[in-house]
Design a protein around this ligand. Structure first.
Ligand code: GLU
Length: 504
């Protein structure tokens, strides 16, 4: 095997890419960049029953949005393709047959009824979970129990037959995981996995290791759920006489409560996205971080720390900095809690540190989606006023829509607390000040007017704000008035006074 680092992200296109998958892709990407290696995308679509149209495009779009573009993969070029397993069908069967010839695998002719009976028999015997394994294989219909002639006949009668891996007896199967160090399984715990199905297609296990070998993958970095399969994989590497790649299994991403694995349904349950992009499937729709107004760099920054940390208190990191600091050895073993407040915090930090002109296209598209079309100059100034106050791009509309449309209702409770029609005369004076004063001097002018006339700031200024914004929220009042412009601000005062009368 070459010394060159080659890593792959190998999703199955069975639906949208879950955030855990994105983190796997990210760690593979960082490791490749750090070592001058290659980041490969391989689509593991051998299970046609679980194939979901659109899922592969979704995966690619998500990776590209996040800046994790593969260097090799379907549609990305590369010498060792094809990179879609359904296009490699012809490669796998011969390897499965080779293992049968070498005595490391066998043909299995069991009917679904045979398998159902096996399960019932094992349950009767009190086995913990029914398994086709070294205990049961001798009771089943396979090339180990049938005579040579019977086997030959069955092979002739069937175009394709199932091939199972023959797990050796009484062995300890060990491998080194870069996070967990030595991992061992007793061979008696492992089942005789199907490696070739009766439609001639390989299962994940066979296709995965053949492709990792043929694509010269040096490191396998994947989710913890594959840890026990790795025992089967290292056995197959041994049977084929191939050097196995180095393995790293990533910790689970846990629910916000810290209890149990974060599931795709948790997003809907807790009201936040657990997918990078929105997914509109035939059966279900899932929220996406992109559509919900998150910056891809903030999402990456949030994800990189779910299961890894640089060993110091650095939190905000550019992708270049992550490449510099990342190390497989610092990946933690224990599950990482998905904390949406933290994701929001990262997004806020990214928005605040991004120049207004870079935020402009995002904010424009959010505003357009709400039917607001304003010139770039106005929107840029608006961004400047709002960027400290928003968490997500979407908030640029939600938190500041009054910059684009006059309020249609006012915070009645606050108005009632402060307003009576005797104040009108002073609001007319304030209107005149707005018309006559340069932006920069307006705040001082209005405040001196209130002082000089012995009027309470705590009454007039909040009311003026409600006139502009509908409520007490928003950035500096005089910045709002300046951006709205004199005419608009005065018009809002007139309209508000009309409405306030109804409240008092
Ligand atoms: N196709 C597997 C998945 O969807 C890949 C596991 C691996 O990386 O080996 O997770």
């Amino acid at each position: 095997m070459s010394q060159q680092v080659r890593v792959r992200f190998a999703p199955s296109p069975t639906g949208p890419l879950h955030i855990g998958g994105v983190r796997t892709a990210l760690y593979n990407y960082l490791f490749a960049k750090q070592t001058g290696g290659t980041f490969i995308l391989r689509i593991e679509d051998t299970d046609q029953n679980r194939y979901v149209p659109g899922a592969e495009d979704y995966i690619k779009e998500a990776l590209e949005w996040l800046g994790l573009t593969p260097e090799e993969g379907p549609g990305y070029g590369g010498e060792l393709g094809p990179y879609r397993q359904s296009e490699r069908k012809d490669i796998y069967a011969k390897y499965a047959h080779q293992l049968v010839e070498q005595g490391h695998a066998y043909y299995a002719f069991d009917t679904p009824e045979d398998l159902a009976k096996m399960r019932v028999d094992q349950e009767t015997l009190g086995y913990h979970s029914a398994k086709y394994d070294q205990r049961t294989r001798s009771l089943m219909r396979n090339s180990l129990t049938l005579s040579r002639e019977e086997t030959k006949l069955l092979l002739e009668q069937n175009d394709n037959v199932i091939i199972r891996l023959k797990i050796p007896e009484d062995e300890e199967i060990s491998f080194v995981d870069l996070v967990r160090e030595k991992v061992s399984f007793k061979s008696s715990e492992l089942d005789d996995k199907v490696i070739l199905k009766n439609d001639g297609m390989p299962t994940y296990h066979l296709a995965n290791i053949i492709d990792d070998h043929l694509m010269e993958i040096s490191h396998v970095i994947r989710g913890e759920e594959w840890l026990s399969s790795t025992a089967h994989h290292v056995l197959m590497y041994r049977f084929f006489g191939w050097e196995a790649p180095k393995f790293t299994h990533l910790p689970l991403i846990l629910k916000p409560s810290g209890k149990g694995k974060l599931s795709k349904r948790d997003g809907a349950k807790f009201g936040f996205p657990v997918f990078p992009l929105e997914w509109r499937g035939e059966e279900e729709t899932y929220q996406g971080f992109r559509e919900d107004g998150y910056d891809p760099n903030a999402l990456i920054n949030f994800l990189v720390l779910l299961g890894w940390n640089p060993g110091n208190d650095e939190e905000i990191m550019s992708i270049e900095r992550m490449v510099e600091l990342f190390s497989l050895q610092k990946i933690v073993k224990s599950g990482a809690r998905f904390d949406m407040d933290k994701a929001n915090w990262f997004n806020q930090q990214y928005i605040q540190s991004t120049p207004n002109e870079s935020l402009l296209p995002h904010v424009k598209s959010v505003l357009l989606s709400h039917g607001v079309d304003r010139d770039d100059n106005y929107i840029s100034q608006y961004i400047g006023l709002m960027k400290e106050r928003v968490v997500r791009f979407e908030d640029f509309y939600k938190e500041g829509s009054f910059f684009f449309k006059a309020p249609i209702k006012y915070d009645e409770k606050q108005v009632k607390k402060r307003y009576n029609p005797e104040l009108d005369v002073h609001f007319v004076s304030i209107k005149n000040l707005i018309l006559a004063t340069a932006k920069e001097a307006l705040s001082d002018k209005v405040k001196s007017y209130l002082n000089d006339n012995d009027l309470k700031m705590g009454v007039y200024l909040p009311l003026l704000r409600i006139m502009m914004c509908g409520s007490l929220k928003g950035p500096d009042l005089f910045d709002i008035i300046s951006l709205l412009g004199k005419d608009e601000a005065c018009e809002r005062i007139d309209t508000a006074l009309e409405s306030f009368k109804k409240y008092s």
